[in-house]
Ligand binder design. Structure first.
Ligand SMILES: Nc1nc2c(ncn2[C@@H]2O[C@H](COP(=O)(O)OP(=O)(O)OP(=O)(O)O)[C@@H](O)[C@H]2O)c(=O)[nH]1
Ligand SMILES: [Mg+2]
Ligand SMILES: [Zn+2]
Length: 303
């Protein structure tokens, strides 16, 4: 067995076979030795050490480098965290302006998950050729997140989004059918990610993109396309820390009377006051309360 000291980045996984980008081109590899027995689950974006296998063809993944970041989320009703991708800086939450109808609470969840994972976030409101996304964009104004109004169909907003992805490691996430893959096809010329056929019905649990795939960008950086979903839970956050995941709440928290204020029914709560005066939107606050009650009723890891 020859150790080539080759290192690569996981682009894609198909069952037990991983596509790995290396300085010597893209290779196919399977987990081997320690990486197979005890290593963390390998995900797209991971940087791995490779060795050439005896049986030619497939390389072996022998080790996974420590991750500088990970996007992890909880499967609905599930316990524990599932890593989705590794080594990204930015999460781009994609929604359609219409078809499928946007679910603002789901978007708030995805944004909070980005915060929990210490990743910066941005929002893309797509399909603005079908309906204006302005009201939805306005909803996020006070969060400070960049909002891109796009149409993968007409190309509107694509240069701006392309600029927002340039030179960074991003992951796109959001509901199925929002147009994540279509947007990436519009951003990177020559890319032909599979997108939903016009005639296909939006059926629950059916995604067009079935697994994460990393795409290097010509202008530098890379982006990871992921399958859409309709539900997602939060996990591993202390209820008292949730408010930190809502950027417009952050400057208020220190003014609450109690240091461990959960901004629910406590007296002299700066967040509740801001909801009353309208400087915090009540729909964002409602998303916060929904996530808070989930975290408060979540089973403890040892239960
Ligand atoms: N009118 C219009 N249709 C779009 C736009 N972007 C995407 N679509 C259509 O919306 C459908 C879904 O697009 P996809 O790119 O497959 O959506 P996705 O978010 O990748 O979906 P999953 O892979 O299932 O998560 C396809 O039929 C696209 O042609 C847009 O900007 N305008
Ligand atoms: Mg897709
Ligand atoms: Zn408070």
């Amino acid at each position: 067995m020859v150790n080539t000291n080759l290192t690569g980045t996981v682009l894609e996984r198909d069952g037990s076979v991983y596509q790995i980008a290396t300085p010597e081109g893209t290779v196919r590899a399977v987990l081997r030795g320690k990486a197979k027995d005890e290593g963390p689950k390998v995900v797209v974006g991971d940087i791995v050490s490779l060795e050439i296998g005896e049986a030619g063809g497939l390389f072996g993944i022998t080790a996974v480098e420590p991750r500088r970041s990970v996007l992890a989320r909880r499967v609905p009703e599930g316990r524990g965290l599932r890593p989705v991708v590794a080594n990204v800086d930015q999460v781009v939450v994609v929604t359609a302006a219409v078809d499928p109808a946007p679910v603002p609470q789901l978007l708030d969840r995805l944004l909070a998950i980005a915060e929990v994972n210490h990743l910066t976030a941005a929002i893309a409101i797509n399909k603005i050729d079908l309906a204006p996304g302005d009201a939805l964009a306005e909803r996020f104004h006070s969060t400070g997140y960049p909002v891109y109004l796009t149409s993968a169909k007409t190309g509107e907003g694509i240069p701006e989004l392309r600029k927002g992805l340039r030179g960074r490691a991003s992951v796109v996430t959001g509901p199925s059918g929002a147009g994540k893959s279509s947007l990436l096809n519009a951003i990177e010329s020559g890319l032909k990610l599979r997108v939903r056929e016009i005639s296909a019905k939006i059926r629950r649990g059916r995604q067009t993109t079935v697994s994460a795939i990393m795409i290097p960008l010509t202008e530098g950086g890379y982006v990871i396309d992921t399958p859409g979903f309709s539900e997602v839970g939060l996990w591993g956050v202390e209820p008292a820390e949730l408010a930190e995941c809502f950027p417009e709440f952050r400057p208020l928290i220190a003014s609450c009377r109690f240091a461990d204020c959960r901004h629910k029914q406590e007296p002299d709560c700066a967040v509740q006051q801001a909801v009353v005066t309208g400087s915090v939107r009540d729909d964002r606050y409602a998303s916060y309360l929904a996530l808070l009650s989930e975290l408060e009723s979540a089973p403890k890891p040892w239960e």
